[in-house]
Design a protein around this ligand. Structure first.
Ligand SMILES: NC(=O)c1ccc[n+]([C@@H]2O[C@H](COP(=O)([O-])OP(=O)(O)OC[C@H]3O[C@@H](n4cnc5c(N)ncnc54)[C@H](OP(=O)(O)O)[C@@H]3O)[C@@H](O)[C@H]2O)c1
Length: 322
């Protein structure tokens, strides 16, 4: 198959190349696109060097089996519709189309059925949302979720490669602030995305709206606080859930988590460093508050589970590989 990656030099783009290799996707031709800053750079796919090309309208009019976009929402809004108009299937990592009612927002393990006979643009959800809904979809089906209180501890890589560089510079003594609103080294920042007039951040609104869309239930109340922490890879989430029906014992919740696809339940404490490079969501510190409320700790690699792996699984589902 012929695949193109738009934003190939970024954190997510590079991980997409790796995930295509790891999952042994039968890619015959891989084209890599980025900005003029990266033209001529060489990236390696299956031991083969591939030169990065400039993203142009013309290139998006060519025929691809799949185009994976991860170059931000402005680029997606400009180039994805051109690619789709020319018959290409686009899997988009940005927030550009996620809440468009005509565009499926897909976590294949949960609502992969939406991809049947679908052509056009498909949206990949936000990283913090993916790891949360993967651990909750079976619980929602069984007991109904009423409320989710979630505080995130999000890695710096979630803001791209420039954000990692900014943190490293700060640790080396240069206190330059450009990507984040405050210094991130030796610190935490309780704001991800822009602050809105209603007091919520853009990241928090994504978690609210995307959770409802993926779980197909607009009655779910989500109360997020999204926080950036000085961790390279791996988002963590402290989650408290209130169910509609009584789950009686915490063993019933544990069983549903253990039955969830690509979710690992652990009695050990799991930290971001433990999960870097993994394609699973890890749950630990599960505990009962009462018969309708429980709490747990949820950790996953934001670049893989939260972006690249989900996108490649969408490709696999569309291609009939899974
Ligand atoms: N990081 C995450 O955890 C995560 C998770 C889910 C979704 N996402 C989304 O994925 C997207 C990329 O994130 P990232 O973390 O990979 O960012 P990143 O590391 O900053 O990479 C951005 C990529 O976009 C390319 N790009 C920027 N401007 C361009 C232009 N004018 N024309 C063509 N290419 C351009 C960059 O190319 P150059 O190298 O040439 O500048 C680079 O390849 C964003 O929409 C982000 O919201 C990220």
């Amino acid at each position: 198959m012929k695949v193109g990656i738009v934003g190939a030099t970024g954190e997510v783009g590079r991980a997409m190349i790796k995930v295509l290799e790891d999952f042994q996707i039968p890619v015959k031709e891989l084209r890599l696109f980025a900005s003029k800053r990266s033209v001529g750079k060489i990236l390696i796919f299956n031991n083969t060097p591939i030169e990065v090309e400039l993203l142009t309208e013309q290139s998006m009019k060519e025929t691809f089996d799949f185009l994976l976009f991860s170059a931000g929402s402005t680029i997606s809004k400009t180039f994805a519709p051109i690619a789709a108009k020319h018959g290409n299937t686009v899997i988009d990592n940005s927030s550009a189309f996620r809440m468009d009612e005509n565009i499926p927002l897909v976590v294949p393990e949960i609502n992969g059925y939406l991809l049947k006979n679908y052509k056009g643009i498909i949206a990949n959800p936000n990283c913090s949302t993916i790891q949360m809904v993967l651990s909750l979809y079976k619980i929602h089906k069984e007991f109904g979720i009423d409320e989710i209180f979630v505080s995130t501890y999000q890695a710096v890589s979630g803001a791209g490669h420039k954000a990692i560089a900014e943190m490293e510079k700060q640790y080396s003594g240069k206190n330059e602030i450009a990507i984040f609103t405050k210094r991130i080294s030796h610190n935490v920042i309780p704001l991800i995305g822009k602050l809105r007039d209603d007091g919520f951040s853009e990241e928090e609104i994504k978690m609210i709206n995307e959770t409802r869309k993926i779980l197909e239930d607009s009655s779910i109340n989500v109360y997020p606080t999204t926080v950036r922490v000085p961790v390279y890879y791996g988002h963590s989430e402290s989650i408290v859930v209130k169910t509609k029906k009584s789950f009686r014992t915490i063993e019933n919740i544990k069983k549903l988590i253990q039955e969830s696809t690509n979710v690992v339940y652990s009695e050990e404490i799991i930290t971001p460093i433990d999960v870097a490079g993994s394609d699973y969501v890890f749950i630990s510190r599960l505990r009962k508050i009462d018969e309708k409320r429980f709490a747990f700790w949820n950790v996953a690699d934001n670049i893989r589970v939260g972006a690249a792996t989900n996108a490649v699984k969408i490709l696999m589902k569309l291609a009939g590989i899974i």
